[in-house]
Design a protein around this ligand. Sequence first.
Ligand code: GTP
Ligand code: SPV
Ligand code: MN
Length: 598
Amino acid sequence: MTTALTENPHVMGWVAEMAKLCQPDRIHWCDGSEAEKKAMTEQAVREGILIPLNQDKLPGCYLHRSSPADVARVEHRTFICTPTRDEAGPTNNWMAPDEAYRKLGGLYEGSMKGRTMYVVPYVMGPVGSPFSKIGVEITDSIYVVLSMRVMTRMGQAALDMLGMADDFNRGLHAMLDIDPEKRFICHFPEDNTIWSTSSNYGGNVLLGKKCLALRIGSYLGKQEGWLAEHMLILGVESPEGQTTYVAAAFPSACGKTNFAMMIPPKRFKGWKVWTVGDDIAWLRVAEDGRLWAINPEAGYFGVAPGTSGKSNPNALKTVQRDTIFTNVALAPDGTVWWEGMSDTPPEGLIDWKGQPWDPSSGEKAAHPNSRFCSPMINNPALSKMADDPEGVPISAIIFGGRRATTVPLVLQSFHWTHGVFLGATMGSETTAAATGKVGIVRRDPMAMLPFCGYDMGSYLAHWLEMRDRIKFPPKIFLVNWFRKGADGRFLWPGFGENMRVLKWVIDRAHVRVGGQETPVGWIPREGDLDLSFLKITSEDFEEATRVDRDEWREELESQIEWFDRLGPTLPKALHSQRQLLVDIIDALSGKRGGEAAS
Ligand code: GTP
Ligand code: SPV
Ligand code: MN
């Protein structure tokens, strides 16, 4: 056992209790030092957990291959364990706390015999910030320790910040035998505790991320009057040097990392986009009456496929050093490859399962949810505010999903409640970030469906209530980079070209550009979006930005089922908002008004 790094009786007592349960041979307290990283990396290489990559081309980079049945989040095995089912709400899986403690306790018992238990203290948010939260994750996975070191501020600094307080998240993770049948991700919001078993994949086991920063975080946010959101944070700097900060929620694998690291096209000379965060934002109201955001993370756990020098040059630069790649393909020269990195794959690839890859097999070389785990300091576009204890003031909030139809390229809400309505009813096609079928449209409010730690209706009520606390509320927008033409092509080129939409968003936030009112929100008029030097036909642009009354009438109709599912805690204001839009569309279409109007 390495010596404990704290005398905090709460930490010591809990670690002792968990050690008694799991019965490890050794306990290692992680201090976060370089020497520790070096020793653990060497051990991981010896044990085959990490494969060293070409250290000349990719210094400090390693490849990890997961078990083939452990490649994504498992929403059906993720539970919110509150005393009553109602507190978890209709969209979460629920398990009674005693049952969960009993069931997982049985799985943990003796599970670390012959193994090392690592104690990983970490801070979510800048060290010393009053808005940061402390966690301690106990794990028997060296891959988790090395990843937590990238994704959080890990080690001694966290224990120093905690001092003798009892205010820390207690996370317990055991790999077991990675059997999917023993896999559970259980959250106990009342105990500030997370228990995770039988997985070694990112969102299931890096407990600071989705489990603490979003599920437990959202629960704390409701109680303490702030918001924990699945949002990127970026700053747009104008040629005059004015920086406007924007937060954006897109569901998993729907473009947050890409948007947060965007390089504006040539047309936008002198404009710069700076990354504050790429996945999670904690938002609170400051004394100046504005909404301020911090990124609780210190690294990026990003989707590899589709990342190229064309689509996201900043991400490609970010992953050139000190990066752990998971489930990507390995090239003979010790570099990595994934679908979309280049048009022609290198010869002689080893696929993500460790087998020689046959390009004609129809199989992917990299898993569709393969990921890179890189420190944020590698990002050439990192905002100088990324580590600021106060965070940044937010002028606009963007919601966005992956929708082949209906939702236009960009839409501005009429007001806060309408914006919350657009977020609450957001739909998106499912992706490889979670197990299950890909490409099914499902409602994913604020991109938080898999991450809200309590009842969804109460969460939406909390969003509405936040309005009263914010003197200068951000403007709310809805975007869709993924609308398709009749031929199945994406209509909008996306990636860096999204700057054109972002520019309209910040101009609208500062009230300096026009727009056109439609029944469902404001859209850019012809000429409002700068399309110069963009290769897009006017038909495609028209199709990408169009608000079709019939499509929206259907969309609004299909929301009834969603609202019914959310049940009695869904705020009345959102029902009224939906009915109002129905009435407006019906009136414009010359149909009889809805009930409210008749
Ligand atoms: P999580 O880390 O899972 O929360 O995902 P994310 O929201 O950060 O998604 P990311 O930026 O990694 O993008 C996921 C996928 O969407 C990648 O394969 C991208 O290539 C693709 N993508 C991102 N932006 C765009 C866009 O503007 N247009 C199109 N067509 N695809 C995009
Ligand atoms: C997501 O799925 O939204 C992610 C990756 O950001 S994970 O950390 O696995 O949740
Ligand atoms: Mn995410």
